[in-house]
Design a protein around this ligand. Sequence first.
Ligand SMILES: [Zn+2]
Length: 360
Amino acid sequence: MRLLAGFDVGGTKLSLALADLEGKIVLRRREATDTAADRFAEYRDGLAYLGLSTQMSRLLRKGLEETGGSLAAIGIGSAGPLKEGCIYNSTNIKLARLPRGCQGKPLYIPMVGPLEEEFRIPVRLENDCTAAVLGEVYFGVGKDVMDKRSLHLVYITLSTGFGAGVWDGGHLLRGKDGNAAEVGHFVVKEGGLKCGCGNYGCAEAYCSGTGIANNARMRLVKENLRPREGYGAELLRLAEQKASVSRSEGSGHRWELLEHITAPLVFAAAQAGDRLAREVIEEACHYAGIALADIANAYDPQVITVGGPLPLEHLEMVDRMREEMLRHLNVLPPEVRLTPLRDAVVEHGALVLAREAAAG
Ligand SMILES: [Zn+2]
């Protein structure tokens, strides 16, 4: 059987789907992204990390062995930024360590080159949200729409970061470098929280997993890490619990607890009634809603589909975001709904890329 391979490359997880030439998935595999291999080489004006392409190739070889298929093409949807077949200086994919003396050098994570060389078939790469919107158009909400030119669709993801892909009447919005629709960096609050990109007040600084954890930390710091009962105390207690599990002996400094604050912990504390955690989630939905309105005002889509672990695990976020969006619209409101492809939306998009590559 001739097969297409679709990869979803994220900062924490690497997923592979193998499908027939129609896109019907025959095998799915997922593992933690290998960011700790000791495989580096000098590359262009900097350094290349080769651990990821090695892991992708191993996963793919194993999948082919299990299915007994032969490969027609590979598609990749990856966390960005991307540059010439590589992930380039990414803030979302953090390597465990760099070789001595290499800090600050341009860092490339090549994918297209090594896979093309090894498998001798076409390989296509797009950023994960661009891939995801393709998945949505061909396998998700747009599946039964025969004329894709009549579709106006935006996909957004709320995960470690906050990004979007835009399909506008048969046309994929890419931008000059393939980095269009960086909606996570729409400024939603002037002088607001610091974002991973270095600016202040970006939507991502509030409504991504990183942003939610960071917002909670800032509030705990404001309370001098002595939060009042009902306001932060529960969140800190959960962090203490987590710290004591991961620490074998002794009690670390109180400030070290901040490192253990994550988005899932903030959601858990909010569920238990912690008001500080609730305010953080409320702010996340509020600013995500404003960003949704900016997206709708900019692209005028029929549908905005929402994916990523945060809304998939906390459905109530979507209603709250929609509510906020409706307050700021200057276009007819788009439908806002969860992606029917759940956590496989990027893989499906990568399969679309592979199918296009195989067709030449
Ligand atoms: Zn930003």
